[in-house]
Design a protein around this ligand. Structure first.
Ligand SMILES: [Zn+2]
Length: 223
């Protein structure tokens, strides 16, 4: 059977059979999200993370702890290209804003944590950029997708301590457009905050380039 035929059969079946939840792989996905009702309830009912700060970042806002159904959704989003999670993240972000106020949005520009070009080619999109695009619809601030670049490919950070991560990331980010950052309050975005090393390294680079203040927003945080 040709791949083309399999594809046609697959899309035909998906019209008849309910879509499996992308998070637990047990329940049926319920429109508009690619996850089931139970996973959705778990994500939306868990308490949001307390406001924090790290290094030179004056405030870090994170929607939910990085665990359970949300962790699985972020993994799917990041590694399996499930861009359909965007609707879920958009609604989570908006409900977080309603619960917590929009102080984090008091920024002049939004800057996503960049991916190295080789990673971007492999993945096809930058998850931090998609989060920035969701935020720009909620907050009155433009996204600068190419103001900050990842200029050095780095080893995977998993399993590294905070100090090792900071060392690993040294010299890996560069600001290419200082004019749009000078004197500005910047809101950095990323999907997950683990130790804060990536956000801090980016913030230091933005401040060195003339930004007045750096805040950060992440969908989830390792607690
Ligand atoms: Zn589920």
């Amino acid at each position: 059977m040709t791949n083309r035929l399999l594809k046609i059969l697959g899309s035909g079946l998906s019209l008849i059979l309910p879509e499996i939840c992308h998070s637990c792989r047990k329940g049926s996905a319920e429109h508009p999200y690619p996850i089931c009702r139970r996973c959705r309830a778990e994500i939306f009912s868990s308490p949001s993370c307390p406001l924090s700060a790290s290094g030179h970042i004056t405030g870090i806002w994170s929607c939910r702890p990085y665990s359970g159904a949300l962790r699985e959704c972020i993994r799917q989003f990041k590694y399996r290209g499930s861009k359909r999670m965007t609707a879920l993240f958009s609604d989570l972000l908006n409900s977080y804003a309603l619960e917590n106020g929009f102080e984090y949005g008091a920024a002049d520009v939004i800057v996503p944590v960049p991916l190295h070009p080789s990673k971007l080619r492999e993945r096809g999109y930058n998850q931090a950029g998609l989060i920035a695009d969701i935020l720009t619809g909620t907050l009155a601030a433009p996204v600068l997708h190419r103001a900050l670049l990842k200029i050095k490919a780095t080893c995977p950070q998993m399993g590294l301590t905070r100090e090792m991560r900071l060392e690993n990331l040294k010299g890996s980010f560069a600001v290419v457009d200082k004019t749009r950052l000078t004197g500005k309050t910047v809101l950095l975005t990323d999907d997950v905050m683990t130790t804060g090393a990536t956000l801090e390294t980016c913030a230091d680079e933005l401040l060195r380039a003339g930004a007045a203040e750096v805040k950060a927003f992440t969908l989830a945080r390792v607690i």
